[in-house]
Design a binder for this molecule. Structure first.
Ligand code: ATP
Length: 212
């Protein structure tokens, strides 16, 4: 889990677009092992399909319908949406939609998740829940994750590595490893210390708040 933190407009989304292949670099080379799926701030669910059908889209290539249904059911169970499988996206809360989105991108053979501020549109409590959910889901379905965030708490609670980026054109100013086991409590001493470390790396101090 690599988290990218840096000033607004420095090129974090651009970097994800390069990693996904949506954009080609003008110079240099991107090397990626495996397939990548992207999760954005707003979910990419199709509004005219149910939760079940949305998750099933990534499994269209599975020839055996039973195997396909079992996989959809398992993913919905994993994100605690089994009882909402026949709901349409507009009938879900923001947090539920992002959980459905998570199930959708985990369906199929993706090796890498590219996450662009996936929880920033949620309220604070839903964000806290989604951090815990993401850590739990990835424990069961491990993936390499590259995650863009402005939220230092989120970085301290989730990251194995935090990359601090400079202003545009971004370069990596600092790489901070965080080796605390997950799930990580927000008020745990080690997590608070990790937040301090990130703030220091960003050239901010404790009084500047937790969001950049
Ligand atoms: N290395 C670069 N070379 C050329 N243009 C760049 C580069 N990095 C970013 N840009 C341009 O700068 C603008 C902002 O980039 P981008 O949206 O990726 O930033 P961001 O860090 O994701 O911003 P925010 O944190 O506000 O979401 C875009 O128009 C992008 O094309």
């Amino acid at each position: 889990m690599v988290m990218l933190v840096g000033p607004s407009g420095c090129g974090k989304t651009t970097l994800l677009d390069l990693l996904s292949g949506h954009m080609a670099p003008v110079s240099g080379k991107i090397t990626r092992q495996g397939t990548a799926r992207t999760v954005y701030q707003q979910d990419g669910l199709f509004p005219w399909l149910t939760v079940w059908e949305n998750v099933g889209i990534g499994l269209r290539s599975v020839p055996d319908p039973k195997q396909r249904d079992d996989e959809i059911a398992e993913l919905l169970e994993l994100v605690n949406l089994t009882s909402f499988k026949n709901h349409y996206p507009h009938q879900l809360s923001g947090g539920m939609r992002q959980r459905a989105e998570l199930a959708r991108v985990l369906a199929g053979d993706s090796d890498i998740l590219l996450m662009d501020e996936p929880f920033s549109a949620l309220d604070y409590q839903a964000r806290l829940t989604m951090r815990r959910e993401l850590a739990r889901v990835l424990q069961k379905r491990p993936r390499t994750v590259v995650f863009v965030t402005h939220d230092i708490e989120e970085a301290a609670q989730l990251a194995d590595r935090v990359l601090i980026l400079s202003k545009r054109p971004a370069t990596i100013c600092q790489e901070l490893p965080i080796t605390i086991p997950r799930p990580r409590g927000l008020a745990d001493d080690e997590v608070v210390e990790a937040m301090r470390m990130i703030l220091r790396a960003l050239g901010l101090n404790n009084t500047d708040g937790v969001t950049v």
